[in-house]
Write a protein that binds this ligand. Structure first.
Ligand code: NAG
Ligand code: CU
Length: 502
C-alpha cells in the first residue's frame, strides 16, 4: 500500500487547483485582458509610465476585440427575424457571471445611426440576469442628435417618458387631429402616450441634443418597436408594409407617384435641417404657460430643475418628481429624479423600500457600491459571484456581495429595492445622474447614514442587543455624521486599473 497516502495529496491538489480556478474566474471578466495587464505590470524593463501605457493598450485592444465580436454577432443576427431575436432575448442570463447591475456602451443596440445622430437601446434587463425580472418590462433608450437636425415622425408600441439631459429641442406630437409643439430644454420631462406620432428638432445651433427615454411596451412585454411614417436609408416607412394596390386605393394616388414619394428620402431618420426650417418649427409653440402640476394638460412637459431640490447641501443636490403630484407618471408608477453629486462627495448609503432604481450617468465620473445578497457565494444559495469586485466573508448566514462599478457618462446601473447603495463622485468632476424609479408608489428612501438614519431610530436596548455594544457607543457612531443624504466622499478612491474594476 505504498501509494495510499498519495490519494489525499492528489485530492488536496485537485481541490486547491479548483479553488484557484474559481478564484481566478471570480476576479476577472476577461482572462485575456487580465493576462495582458498582468504582463504589463511585470515587465522589468518598463518604468511606471510605460507600464501604464502598456495597460492602456491592453484596454484598447480589448475594446476593439469586443467591438469586432459585437459586429459579428450583429451580422449573424441580421439573418434572423425580430421575432427570433425576441426569443433569444427571452432566454436571458447569458452573461450571468458579470456584474449584472452595470451596463455600458457595448450593452446598447444601435437602432438608428446617421451622420447626424443615433438612437441606442439598452438590452433587455433580463438578458443579463434573471435578478432583474422586476424591471423586465422597462427599456431604456438614448437619443443623440447634432445641432439643427430633424428626427423623423414615428410612433411606438410603448408608453414613453423622456428626459432632456442636454440641449434644446422642439417636440411635436399629434393627438386626435391636434398638433402640439413643445419647446423643451435641459431638465424637462415629458410623457408620450403609446402610439402618439412624434417628431422633434434639435433647435440649438451649437449644442448636441441628448435625450434619455424610458419605455414601457404595451404590446409585446419587454419589447418595443418604432413605426416610421416616412422612413429613410436606415428605416423603412410603415406605408411600405402595404401593397401598391391598397396604397393606391387608400391614398387615391397612382403608383408611380407613390413610388416617387416613398423613394425620395435617401437619408436616415435623423437629418440636417436648415436654419429657416428650425426657426419656423421652434416658433410654433402655442401652448399656454406651464401650469403643471396644478391642473392643465397633463401631457405638457415640466422641468425637474425648476422644483426645489428635495435634498441639498454643499455635497450635492437631489431633484425628484413626486409620484402623487406628477400626473404624467402616475399610471406608470414611475418617478424621475436627478442627483448632482459634488466632486469628491457621495450620495448615500441608503435603500429604496419598493422602488428599483435605474440610473443613467449624464455627466462626470465616479463609482457606486451596493450590497447584494443574491450574488453572494457563501451560504446555501449557490449563486454565482458578480464581477471581480468581490469581498467575501466567511459566514454561514446571509452575506452581501459588495457590488462595485465604475461610472462614466452613458453608463446605466440598477439598484433593486431593498439594496443598500452609495454613489461616489470622482474628485475632479460633479457626478450627474438621472434616475428612473420603477414601482415608485409608496416608496420610501431609508437613509443608512447621516441625519435620520435607521439605526438612530432603534431603541437603546435594541441597539445594545443588536450590536452587542453599549448603546451610547452605537449612538455616538451613528450620530457622528450630521449631514443628510449627501456627504463628503471617501478620502481614498479606487484608482483606474484597480483590481475591483477590472
Ligand atoms: C450641477 O452642479 C454644478 C455645480 O454646482 C452646476 O454647475 C451644474 O450646472 C449642475 N447641473 C445641473 C444639471 O443642475
Ligand atoms: Cu441582490
Amino acid at each position: 500500500m505504498a501509494f495510499k497516502p498519495k490519494i489525499p495529496i492528489a485530492l488536496l491538489l485537485l481541490t486547491s487547483l479548483l479553488a484557484i480556478c474559481a478564484g481566478l474566474a471570480l476576479a476577472m471578466q476577461d482572462p485575456e485582458l487580465k493576462q495582458c495587464k498582468h504582463q504589463c505590470r511585470h515587465q522589468r524593463q518598463f518604468d511606471e509610465q510605460e507600464k501604464e501605457q502598456c495597460q492602456r493598450s491592453c484596454d484598447e485592444y480589448h475594446r476593439e476585440k469586443k467591438a469586432q465580436e459585437r459586429a459579428e454577432r450583429r451580422r449573424s443576427e441580421e439573418g434572423s427575424s425580430r421575432e427570433e431575436r425576441y426569443e433569444e432575448e427571452e432566454l436571458g442570463g447569458e452573461h450571468e457571471e458579470e456584474n449584472p447591475y452595470v451596463f455600458e456602451d457595448e450593452d446598447f443596440e444601435t437602432r438608428v445611426r446617421t451622420d447626424e445622430g443615433r438612437i441606442q437601446v439598452l438590452e433587455k434587463f433580463t438578458k443579463r440576469s434573471k435578478l432583474l425580472r422586476g424591471i423586465e418590462n422597462f427599456r431604456v433608450a438614448i437619443l443623440e442628435a447634432n445641432p439643427h437636425t430633424f428626427i423623423s415622425p414615428a410612433h411606438f408600441d410603448a408608453e414613453l417618458v423622456l428626459f432632456v439631459a442636454k440641449g434644446r429641442a422642439t417636440i411635436t406630437t399629434v393627438r386626435e387631429e391636434k398638433r402640439e409643439n413643445f419647446n423643451v430644454e435641459q431638465g424637462d420631462i415629458m410623457r408620450i402616450p403609446a402610439g402618439t406620432p412624434v417628431y422633434l428638432i434639435n433647435r440649438d445651433e451649437n449644442e448636441k441634443l441628448y435625450i434619455v427615454k424610458i419605455l414601457r411596451p404595451v404590446s409585446v412585454p419587454g419589447h418595443f418597436e418604432a413605426f416610421h411614417a416616412s422612413g429613410g436609408e436606415d428605416a423603412e416607412s410603415f406605408y411600405r408594409g402595404f401593397s401598391w394596390e391598397v396604397l393606391e386605393a387608400a391614398l387615391k394616388t397612382r403608383r408611380d407617384q407613390l413610388e416617387k414619394l416613398f423613394g425620395k428620402q435617401t437619408q436616415g431618420v435623423i437629418i440636417k435641417a436648415s436654419k429657416e426650417q428650425i426657426r419656423s418649427m421652434s416658433q410654433h409653440e402655442e401652448t399656454p404657460p406651464r401650469i403643471w402640476p396644478f391642473g392643465g394638460d397633463s401631457t405638457h412637459p415640466f422641468n425637474l430643475f425648476h422644483k426645489r431640490p428635495s435634498q441639498s447641501n454643499q455635497f450635492g443636490r437631489l431633484y425628484e418628481t413626486d409620484p402623487n403630484e406628477c400626473k404624467q407618471l402616475q399610471d406608470l408608477d414611475l418617478m424621475v429624479s436627478f442627483a448632482n453629486i459634488t466632486k469628491g462627495s457621495m450620495a448615500g448609503p441608503y435603500y429604496n423600500s419598493r422602488a428599483t432604481k435605474i440610473s443613467v450617468v449624464v455627466e462626470g465620473e465616479g463609482y457606486f457600491e451596493m450590497a447584494c445578497p443574491h450574488l453572494s457565494s457563501s451560504g446555501s444559495r449557490g449563486q454565482r459571484e458578480g464581477s471581480g469586485s468581490s469581498r467575501r466573508r466567511s459566514r454561514s448566514g446571509p452575506t452581501y456581495q459588495q457590488i462595485r462599478g465604475r461610472l462614466r457618462p452613458g453608463m446605466v446601473f440598477v439598484a433593486p429595492a431593498g439594496h443598500p447603495v452609495a454613489v461616489i463622485a470622482s474628485r475632479n468632476k460633479n457626478l450627474q445622474v438621472l434616475c428612473f424609479e420603477v414601482n415608485a408608489q409608496g416608496n420610501i428612501r431609508f437613509p443608512l447614514a447621516g441625519k435620520n438614519n435607521i439605526v438612530n431610530e432603534f431603541e437603546r436596548e435594541a441597539k445594545e442587543l443588536a450590536f452587542n455594544f453599549p448603546a451610547r457607543e452605537v449612538e455616538k457612531i451613528f450620530r457622528n455624521q450630521d449631514q443628510e443624504f449627501f456627504f463628503p466622499g471617501p478620502s481614498r478612491q479606487p484608482e483606474e486599473g484597480d483590481r475591483a474594476f477590472e
